[in-house]
Design a protein around this ligand. Structure first.
Ligand SMILES: C[S@@+](CC[C@H](N)C(=O)[O-])C[C@H]1O[C@@H](n2cnc3c(N)ncnc32)[C@H](O)[C@@H]1O
Length: 285
């Protein structure tokens, strides 16, 4: 377990993942009844972008850093409102600040009737997460393997909610593990919303992952991808994706508004773009 998210906090992949996560949480809040947010790989929660790790890579500068003072179209601004409400507006001079990861964003966006279950296996990150979250009786922290914990956490008592599966991709079989975890959790909770984050380091393993997921015949799966430059196996991460199960009906249209702007604003070179694919349709009756 060498992966430290602090090196990557606020990069283009984080902006993509967190902005869409905020959209889905915002949608869940439209009903009065409480829901559950489950983060299987929560990370430490908050990141000081001026700190050692983040400033060593400077990845955030081509991610959230590009939004400082950006002139965004009104519809994009409206869609990003929950994300920036939770994050705080980046300083106009583009300087570093404290960036919120998925558990902190969710903590800020959820209401008193909602609950969060956050899993983080690394002892240091787990302690950091505890400090980031503070005292909050809506939150349950588990210093456990998120994949294993997920089995006992689904379906949650609320029967409504979202699971984020956002592993570090350190092990070669991460795609297979993630796919199996999704399938097992979906079987137990077919109406749950699931979001699986993945990096596109090489095209082929991602293509296999997508083919295998389609074979699972889970209905209502949507794939979103963002590319910021041509993908080179020896280069830095240039593309990222999310597989969404049971996303809000409006999310595909929202992604069609957001992703072109993300691709333009966070482009690092030729090849920047996005993809939106309805992987499977509605459940057959
Ligand atoms: C990509 S980071 C999470 C980032 C976070 N979700 C966010 O968006 O801010 C992955 C995290 O998973 C943790 N981790 C690795 N293996 C794990 C496991 N089996 N169960 C739970 N956490 C794990 C790592 O320590 C790391 O903090």
């Amino acid at each position: 377990m060498n992966y430290r998210h602090a090196y990557h906090a606020g990069n283009f992949a984080d902006v993509f993942k967190h902005a869409l996560l905020a959209r889905m949480l915002d949608y869940l809040k439209r009903k009065e009844s409480g829901f559950r947010y489950i983060d299987t790989h929560a990370g430490p929660g908050r990141y000081d972008l001026s700190g050692g790790e983040a400033s060593r890579t400077g990845e955030w500068r081509d991610g959230i850093g590009r939004f400082a003072g950006a002139d965004l179209p009104a519809d994009v601004k409206a869609l990003l409102q929950p994300y920036f409400q939770a994050l705080g507006t980046p300083p106009r001079d583009g300087g570093p600040y404290i960036y919120s990861g998925s558990p902190s964003l969710a903590q800020k966006l959820l209401r008193k009737q909602d609950r969060l279950t956050l899993c983080e296996l690394h002892p240091d990150d787990s302690r950091a997460l505890e400090r980031s979250i503070g005292r909050d009786n809506r939150v349950r922290l588990l210093n456990e393997d998120g994949y294993r914990a997920l089995k006992g956490l689904t379906p949650p008592t609320e029967r409504r909610g979202l699971v984020l599966i956002d592993p570090p991709f350190e092990s070669r079989d991460e795609f297979e593990t993630m796919e199996a975890a999704l399938y097992a959790a979906w079987r137990k909770w077919p109406t749950g919303m699931f979001a699986l984050w993945y990096p596109v380091k090489e095209i082929r393993p991602v293509a296999h992952f997508i083919t295998r997921l389609k074979e699972r015949e889970i209905p209502r799966m949507l794939r979103l991808e963002l590319t910021v430059e041509l993908i080179r196996t020896d280069g830095p991460l240039a593309a990222t994706g999310l597989i969404l199960v049971n996303p809000p009906f409006v999310l595909e249209a929202e992604a069609r508004t957001l992703l072109p702007v993300f691709a333009k604003l966070m482009a690092r070179g030729p090849g920047a773009g996005f993809a939106i694919e309805q992987m499977t349709g509605e459940a057959s009756i």
